[in-house]
Design a protein around this ligand. Structure first.
Ligand code: NAD
Length: 280
């Protein structure tokens, strides 16, 4: 199964990183967003990232120019062999996007979702070729993080999962296969890391910076508050809500009022310049 062209939908934190990798590894890549300013930000960020790689000797100027020529920024969706969606973490939005693309695609197009927590089965039910739908869950920042979860829904054709795993390997990343389950593997395992830290801060037991310092001194690459600011507090909260719902409101996944307040104030983290910390 050959994947030549890729459309990445959503030019935010994740979509821009995924498109950067796809174009770098030889795919004709279309980065699609409804918001022109998101596309402009993504263009600046990707070109800057490639320039840094050139300066460090990891990419030749010719490779940079070739990757750049393969990457197209678009306000309207186009047909491709593989669709990777990285739009808002809302099932209705993701279904709406896939359904709007499906009539322009043949039965061979693969529809992959970068969702952190939503049900791949629910996406499959809404599309004409459920076997062509899977999860392809990258981590942030996508160009650097090696792990990618390849999520099989109940109807995902094994050849589709195999093709996605092969694609991930060809991008010098490591695919981990899992079945559709709330939070898949990583987001389920990581939920207590965020929620317990939020509860601790809520109770006044300790502040964000102290909790982060202790976590980092214990070996975590990033403390929970710095990591939530990197992920985006809106995205992180959406994942918690969806796990809470999927678990039948298990108390251990109960969303945090502290995080809800942070999101309600628009303090989404690095992407808005303020979250638990302030960024200049
Ligand atoms: P983001 O808010 O940074 O970007 C989302 C982008 O999607 C925005 O630019 C928005 O304009 C665009 N968009 C919204 N609706 C659209 C539509 N219908 N068509 C085209 N574009 C549309 O979000 P993000 O952090 O990149 O997250 C995107 C997805 O990736 C979510 O499903 C999230 O759960 C998942 N994810 C996020 C992270 C993370 O660390 N942020 C990690 C892994 C997976």
């Amino acid at each position: 199964m050959s994947i030549q062209s890729i459309i990445v939908c959503g030019a935010g934190t994740m979509g821009s990183g995924i498109a950067q990798v796809a174009a770098r590894y030889g795919h004709e890549t279309f980065l699609f967003d409804l918001d022109p300013s998101a596309l402009e930000r993504a263009r600046t960020q990707i070109l800057r990232a490639w320039q840094t790689l050139v300066e460090k000797g990891h990419l030749s100027p010719v490779e940079r120019d070739q990757a750049s020529a393969r990457l197209h920024f678009t306000l309207t969706a186009v047909r491709a062999d593989l669709v990777i969606e990285a739009i808002v973490e809302r099932l209705d939005a993701k279904i709406g996007l896939f359904q709007s693309l499906a009539p322009h695609c043949d039965g061979q197009t693969i529809f992959a979702s970068n969702t952190s927590s939503l049900s791949i089965d629910a996406l499959q039910h809404a599309l004409p070729h459920p076997g062509r739908v899977a999860g392809l869950h990258f981590f942030n920042p996508a160009p650097l993080m090696k792990l990618v979860e390849v999520v099989r829904g109940a109807h995902t054709d094994p050849s589709v999962a195999d093709a996605l795993s092969a694609l991930v390997r060809s991008w010098d990343k490591v695919p981990v296969s899992c079945k559709d389950a709330p939070g898949f593997i990583v987001n389920r395992v990581a939920r207590p890391y965020y929620l317990e830290a939020l509860r601790m801060a809520e109770s006044g037991a300790s502040g964000f910076a102290s909790i982060d310092r202790i976590a980092e001194a214990s070996g975590f690459r990033m403390g929970p508050f710095r990591l939530m600011d990197l992920i985006g507090n809106d995205i992180n909260l959406a994942v918690t809500r969806s796990l809470y719902e999927a678990s039948g409101n298990a108390p251990r996944f109960k969303p945090s009022p502290l995080q809800e307040g942070t999101v309600a104030r628009g303090e989404l983290g690095r992407k808005t310049g303020k979250g638990y910390y302030t960024y200049v």
